[in-house]
Design a protein around this ligand. Structure first.
Ligand code: AHR
Length: 513
């Protein structure tokens, strides 16, 4: 291009005659990597009203309809969401948990103090059988987080035997005595949690050795080959990942964890609902950091494991704000607005696009704690905007990732910029394609052009999650203010899709031949 015509284009661009563009190319013929359904996992900790009140109400003394003490409304909502796996019992709680106190007759179970979360009494009425039966009911694979910080090697080894080994050991006999003849065959196991912090304040070197020791005595059974996950880094602690990858023999390591929360600051975390644009921008900035963390931790893993056999397991992620006024500060109860829908939209696109390495992830947490998909208040239950995003995106579970090229405009605030449009796409077993798009802009709709390279499609349909205000949320008084709607705004012509994404919206398109 000649100098004069380039300046002309720049002039036209600056004067708004030519607008910047959001252009996506979907390379449908290059699709090969499976998006593990386990990227869409959840996390339930003994924290606040996540378990007690939120999921488990007990079998007696409650008017709330339940099955073996677990709320029927929550079971139905989680089944419908297609929860692929559920991590339990923590979090920080996991490294204080004595699993043997949570089995056998409920009246005989000893109590403990939940030291991390509000100092409340934990009566152990929800234990191993209750959790694993709940997972069976909602169709989720259990992900058990073992106690390494304050439990013994034998405790963890016994837990594996209790839940997975059919017979021939005191632990399997004990399980049978407690009413469960067949093992549950749990494959996903965490070897501690946040070992650098609440899990024991260990160094990476020390934890690597501890991991080797504990993992040695967690044995496979005939029907359950264990997928052992090492307690991983927080945010950009790349040295932690490097030490683990270097020190732990790869034949005893299936996954390395990573935790990242979208938090304004660990002091004042800001309000969950009445946030300003400055706070919104900062939350989006934190959410987008997941791209950098996943990329850089993966690069380190590539150095030691170029075949990508070991998974990056982002087993805690989500928004974290100040608790709702009047609630127990140790219970981490927060409302969930369209801002949280944006975090979910961006993050799940990041995970999909890194499906070659990120193969398990868990949103924190499933009910009544942090960025929940379900909130409860006595007999009432609501689904949050985050629930709806997870539901819209579940079309990607176990589908084949379609690699994309993306050119996006920026969402700008106070001289700082973030990518405003985020996208991921996959092909499912029926040959149809699903494309998920998020526009995080605080006020502007964005026009998007999508080129479909390599395959022809003739029909497009879609769903959208949007609302009048960014801080809108579903309340117990108005539970359906935000819900999934049909989206008819995508036009498909000669292999090109065009659509307008409203400000702070999530759209999922389905393309058929
Ligand atoms: O999800 C709340 C807490 O955050 C978890 O218990 C801990 O692992 C993390 O620090």
């Amino acid at each position: 291009m000649k100098k004069t015509s380039l300046s002309f284009v720049i002039f036209m661009f600056l004067s708004g005659v030519i607008s910047a563009q959001n252009k996506v190319t979907l390379n449908t013929d290059l699709a090969k990597t499976k998006i593990s359904k386990h990227i869409y996992g959840h996390f339930a900790e003994h924290l606040g009203n996540c378990i007690y009140g939120g999921m488990y109400v007990g079998e007696s003394n409650t008017k709330i309809p339940n099955t073996n003490g677990v709320r029927n409304d929550v079971i139905a909502a989680l089944k419908d969401l297609k929860v692929p796996n559920l991590r339990w019992p923590g979090g920080c709680f996991a490294d204080t948990y004595q699993w043997k106190d949570g089995i056998g007759p409920k009246t005989k179970r000893p109590s403990m103090i939940n030291a991390w979360w509000g100092g409340v009494t934990e009566d152990n009425s929800f234990g191993t059988h209750d959790f694993l039966d709940l997972c069976e009911r909602i169709g989720a694979d259990p992900y058990l987080a073992g106690n390494v910080g304050s439990g013994t090697v034998k405790d963890l080894s016994d837990w594996v035997t209790y839940v997975n080994h059919k017979s021939g050991s005191p632990m399997s006999d004990l399980r049978k005595q407690n009413g469960r003849a067949n093992p549950w065959n749990v494959t996903l196991w965490g070897v501690g949690n946040e070992a650098w912090g609440c899990g024991g304040n260990m160094t990476a070197d020390y934890y690597s050795n501890i991991y080797r020791q504990y993992a040695t005595f967690m044995s496979d059974s005939k029907d359950a080959k264990l997928f052992k996950i090492a307690s991983g880094a927080s945010d950009g602690d790349y040295a932690w990942t490097e030490t683990l990858m270097k020190n732990i023999p790869h034949n005893m390591l299936s996954g390395v964890a990573l935790h990242h929360y979208s938090v304004l600051s660990w002091g004042d975390k800001g309000p969950a609902v009445d946030f300003t644009e400055a706070q919104y921008f900062k939350t989006m900035d934190e959410a987008w950091k997941m791209e950098e963390f996943v990329t850089r931790h993966s690069t380190i893993m590539d150095k030691y494991d170029p075949a990508k056999k070991i998974a990056l397991v982002v087993d805690e992620w989500g928004g974290w704000y100040n608790v709702e006024a009047g609630t127990n500060p140790g219970f981490l109860f927060q409302q969930n607005t369209m801002r949280d829908a944006m975090i979910a939209g961006i993050t799940l696109n990041i995970f999909n696009n890194h499906a070659d390495r990120v193969r398990v992830a868990n949103l924190a947490q499933i009910v009544n704690v942090l960025q929940s998909v379900v909130l409860t208040k006595e007999e009432k239950m609501i689904l949050t905007p985050t629930y709806h995003v997870m539901k819209m995106y579940n079309v990607h579970q176990d589908a084949t990732l379609v690699p994309i090229n993306l050119e996006t405009e920026s969402y700008e605030y106070d001289g700082r910029k973030l990518p405003t449009v985020s996208v991921s796409a996959s092909k499912d077993a029926t040959g149809s394609m699903n494309v998920s798009l998020t526009n995080i802009d605080f006020s502007k709709a964005r026009e998007v052009t999508i080129n479909l390279r390599g395959e022809d499609f003739s029909k497009v349909s879609g769903q959208i999650l949007a609302s009048a205000k960014i801080n809108d949320y579903n309340s117990f008084e108005n539970p359906n203010k935000i819900s999934i709607q049909d989206f008819k705004g995508a036009k498909l012509e000669k292999g090109v899709l065009k659509l307008s994404l409203p400000a702070y919206s999530v759209v999922v398109l389905n393309l058929k031949k």
